[in-house]
Design a protein around this ligand. Structure first.
Ligand code: COA
Length: 285
């Protein structure tokens, strides 16, 4: 089944010019869509993504979110002209765009109530690293080009980049790439743990969409609890995290009407499937 989300922004009065949203079998694909500018993130793009994420958050047809780029780029990072140059004399707008851009990449995606996957199809620079880092999973094309290129134009990885990279990269790798500005490919991105793995570009979409469809078939409440229990407890001490996990278990079982006991464990005990070998979604009802 394929849903058409192309009119999605119209409900909020925002006809999208810089992004596209499509849906396929429960997987929403948000495409950064300024290929002529290598999908550099201009102020309008940040507003449009923010709007789309708000809609997808509550759309039951969107069970997994994939983020990718049009053409040969994932994203060339912040739009250097429209952000750094054109807003230089407009401090209020510069501040607003900074906040909006940091919010959707730093927090909205990270704590999105559904699984998120970055599908890195090509060029990925500077600020675009924070999209990849904030997504739960990331798969790159072998051919994708990555660089923390800020140092190459006499800047440092500002905004949320430095903090965001500290969540994922080893200090040696981060400082190496941030200080040299040297590019690396998808295979290296996998080697240093920046993405889960890489595949040849020709196999990227089907690989990612296949995994996304598999995940979309899992219990949505359990998926949400999986990422929330992990992400929120990172900042907690042990006792608080145990308390939080207990509260989350109560919330989860109520949200899914105890399906993990009734169907999940129940069907295992009835010998209908073995959870160690595959998911409950394959059980004939
Ligand atoms: N901000 C604004 N515009 C950008 C951009 C960015 N981050 N990245 C690319 N573009 C624009 C180019 O200015 C060019 O616009 P034009 O056709 O109107 O002149 C267009 O996108 C295509 O880029 P071009 O440089 O001609 O393509 P290329 O294939 O030769 O190189 C890149 C692609 C991405 C390697 C190169 O554009 C680049 O180095 N971009 C900057 C990347 C960067 O440092 N990003 C970090 C930002 S935090």
């Amino acid at each position: 089944m394929t849903n058409d989300f192309t009119r999605m922004g119209e409900g909020t009065g925002m006809a999208y010019e810089t992004i596209r949203v499509d849906s396929d079998d429960g997987v929403a694909v948000l495409t950064l869509d300024r290929p002529e500018k290598k999908n550099a993130m201009n102020p309008r793009l940040h507003d449009e993504v923010t709007d789309a994420l708000e809609i997808l958050r509550y759309d039951d047809d969107a069970r997994v979110l994939v983020i990718t780029g049009a053409g040969d780029a994932f994203s060339a990072g912040m739009d250097l002209k429209e952000f750094f140059i054109e807003l230089k004399e407009k401090p209020a707008e510069y501040d607003r765009v900074t906040r909006v851009s940091v919010e959707w990449r730093g927090r909205t995606i990270r704590y999105f109530p559904k699984p998120t996957i970055a599908m890195v199809n090509g060029h990925c620079y500077g600020g675009a690293f924070t999209i990849v880092e904030a997504c739960d999973l990331a798969v790159a094309a072998d051919e994708a080009k990555f660089a923390l290129s800020e140092i190459n134009f006499k800047m440092f990885p500002g905004g949320s980049v430095s903090k965001s990279m500290g969540n994922l990269l080893r200090p040696r790798d981060y400082l190496w790439y941030a200080m040299t500005g040297r590019p690396f490919d998808g295979k290296t991105a996998a080697d240093i743990g920046f993405v889960n793995f890489s595949v040849p570009l020709g196999e990227l979409r089907e690989t990612v969409m296949g995994a996304a469809r598999d995940i979309a078939a899992k219990d949505p409440s359990a998926l949400r609890a999986t990422k929330e229990a992990y992400r929120h407890s990172l900042d907690m001490d042990w006792d608080t995290a145990m308390n939080y996990a207990s509260a989350m278990e109560a919330q989860h079982t109520r949200r899914q009407d105890d399906a993990f006991r009734k169907e999940g464990i129940g069907d295992f005990l009835d010998k209908k499937y073995r959870p160690g070998l595959g998911g409950h979604e394959k059980v004939e009802s």
